[in-house]
Design a protein around this ligand. Structure first.
Ligand code: ZN
Length: 314
């Protein structure tokens, strides 16, 4: 028989705090519908056109008087710079939790249900209430509560409303886990099947560009399949490391661990024909301008990471 090990994780949420959360949640849930809003404009073709353009939808269905169901939320959105409803129960619960140390927020899921399509000329209105507060739950982000609000959209007269769509919106409000001890350089790139050839290359002083073994196309950044022919057969070529600056930026804020501010970053068109982003080796070649010729240089961070840098060609 194997011995059972007791793993005790100390909770930051005391029974008293949990009771307070429950009381606040019950209070807001008991209010029922406590926030309502009517669409600023009725359903109209101009907004439908702008939305389908933005979504890249080119379907004649949406030019003949009906709005896509998934636009449900669009009509009652706050205007740019609009004032949020102080009775909005989701934000009331979230603000209350924030004040008690649940400073983290993560949108976890949205569930929309469509009853019917809206037609041009209809003016939807929404009703919102707090649906549930579930927890405490320990997650990878920290301990917290799942807060769910229900929004319902109606059309028609107040005394005979017709439900057209609903939305359950859930967020996790949590006490962020204490940060791990900061290391000298914490921003390591992801190394996986698609990218490890690149980082093995930098360690060996080679700037490698992914190549499709099926059609020969080069691509960067690396990825699983070829954008030209969709083959998964991956290889690489070693770049000469020379190219021309396409664009550049001087990053002042926010600070990035392991770098001294400001960071001069340049997007370079390599002579092989792909575009690559890296910092500029200002100390050994100065800043760069668009059109400048650059070559790759190396910054060894530690035994696990060597970063490419651009150095202006003399
Ligand atoms: Zn290919």
């Amino acid at each position: 028989m194997s011995e059972k090990k007791d793993v005790t994780v100390e909770s930051q949420i005391t029974p008293e705090l949990d009771a307070e959360v429950r009381a606040k949640a019950d209070e807001l849930i008991a209010q029922g519908v406590c926030s309502t809003r009517t669409a600023r404009d009725g359903v109209n073709q101009a907004t439908i056109n702008a939305w389908t353009d933005a979504m890249g939808i080119n379907d004649p269905r949406w030019t003949s008087g009906e709005a896509p169901e998934s636009m449900a939320q669009v009509w009652t959105m706050y205007a740019l710079g609009g004032t949020k409803d102080p009775h909005d129960p989701l934000h009331a619960m979230m603000d209350w939790l924030t004040e008690r140390g649940f400073r983290g927020v993560l949108g976890t899921n949205v569930e929309q249900t469509y009853v019917r399509r809206l037609e041009v000329g209809e003016v939807p209105r929404l009703e919102m209430r707090l649906e549930s507060v579930v927890g405490p739950k320990a997650t990878g982000m920290g301990e917290g509560y799942f807060v769910t609000a229900l929004t319902e959209w109606f059309v028609g007269p107040e005394d005979a409303p017709e439900l057209v769509a609903t939305m359950l919106f859930r967020v996790l409000k949590f006490i962020p886990k204490p940060r791990k001890k900061p290391s000298k350089f914490v921003l390591y790139p992801t190394k996986n099947r698609d990218t490890e050839f690149f980082w093995e290359g930098t360690a060996a002083g080679e700037l490698r560009v992914q190549k499709c073994n099926a059609c020969g196309a080069l691509r960067h950044p690396p990825g699983p399949s070829c954008p030209e022919c969709h083959a998964f057969d991956r290889g690489y070529v070693v770049s000469t490391g020379e190219g021309t600056v396409f664009s550049h930026v001087m990053h002042h804020h926010p600070p990035i661990p392991g770098f001294e501010m400001p960071i001069h970053t340049a997007l370079v068109d390599l002579d092989e024909g792909v575009r690559m982003l890296a910092t500029v080796d200002v100390a050994n070649g100065g800043t760069v301008e668009i059109g400048d010729r650059v070559e790759v240089a190396w910054r060894t961070v530690d035994e696990n990471l060597t970063l490419p840098m651009w150095r202006k060609k003399a």
